[in-house]
Design a protein around this ligand. Sequence first.
Ligand code: NDP
Length: 449
Amino acid sequence: MPGLDEKLQDIYAEVLQRNPGEAEFHQAVREVLDSLGPVVAKHPQYVDAAVIRRLCEPERQIIFRVPWVDDAGTVQINRGFRVEFNSALGPYKGGLRFHPSVYLGIVKFLGFEQIFKNSLTGMPIGGGKGGSDFDPKGRSDAEVMRFCQSFMTELYRHIGEHTDVPAGDIGVGGREIGYLFGQYKRITNRYESGVLTGKGLSWGGSQVRPEATGYGTVFFTEQILDRRGDSFEGKRVVISGSGNVAIHAVEKVHQLGGTVVACSDSSGYIVDDKGIDLELLKEIKYERRGRIHEYPELSGSTAYFVDSGSIWEVPCDIALPCATQNELNGADARVLVENGCRIVAEGANMPCTPEATRLFAEAGVTFAPGKAANAGGVATSALEMQQNASRDSWSFEHTEQRLESIMRGIHDRCLETAEEYGTPGDYVAGANIAGFTQVADAMLALGIV
Ligand code: NDP
């Protein structure tokens, strides 16, 4: 296992052996372990008390059947998951993903990442994740509602404001959270706002929660630029995806003076050199529930759609991958480097492959990993929980200021920790080590549980 500290090799071998076939989970664990060599050298107690081995084993994994009836009257069966990974810092917290690619390995990779991300926010939240292989695409509202109701009919017994607090992720937005919350309320006969985050504003939601992940990624990138006396002004930016995270990243880049020239969905990408028309993008995605290829015709501009190749071929100064895991590989990284891209910040979870991140490091491209750069979403979920607990609701401006200051704090913690452990400027090491040590210390304090 080249590159991996000797003390950590057995731990990683055990993860591979105990979790066969879960490639994304292996990748996420390896990425964290790769940073922990200097930590275990300084603090052998983390290995001695099996803290790292315990961290790699979820506290609880729930897999359940989700039967529902489609509009044609046919019975459909999906599989539901909730992996409650680590609660040393607070109740499990992490989103639900509805996408046909979902299986245990994806949920575990996301849950594992979530532990460190949530720790980095400095807020009292543990790590978890869930979802289903249900595909909401092309389903009617009524079908999505029946699916969500069936999903919650099992999930409700495992969650609660002090136990486990799910939110959205790919395929789960305000509509789905509404149906899930409605069913939870109906079954439990409790208006327990703190059980889910990402709620609508009129029923316990927080300002800025829909925007938070995208805005947060851009605030984090702004900090990187700021450290070199630079800003978004005049920068060409490429953002993959056109969902919740991508749309709000586009919005914030434009507010800060940058120009987003390309975005995508799973069928291809669009290029608009004048800058993506955000209102049109929102109309296509939210109102029409349409596809990105509709953009050029509706915009009537010189924008064009490309249905093959990679969005990363579009030259840019800054790249923000905001779609899905492993969407930016070594070949993409090479093209970005050749085209002069200087900063890559992950809005999605683990969108860059290990080869891509290695190439960025070699080429001196600043790389911000998702567990730091996209932590604004879960941080604002924690702000939503705070508002629910105090039956309060804050203004947009106040909540956005809190988000911005949280992102600045995460940025600074990453840099300070990287410096402390002898890898100055390395955001990956900084994020992994800072996230890890806080959880590890809590686990040591709580005993063998
Ligand atoms: P959405 O469902 O709103 O949007 C996902 C976007 O990514 C869509 O444009 C979708 O295209 C595209 N996409 C999904 N799967 C693929 C694929 N296999 N290949 C190419 N494109 C794909 O999800 P979010 O915006 O909420 O999430 C995006 C990423 O951000 C995920 O990695 C998620 O885990 C992460 N994230 C989200 C947070 C949140 O608050 N929502 C918080 C932190 C991280 P199409 O419609 O064609 O499928």
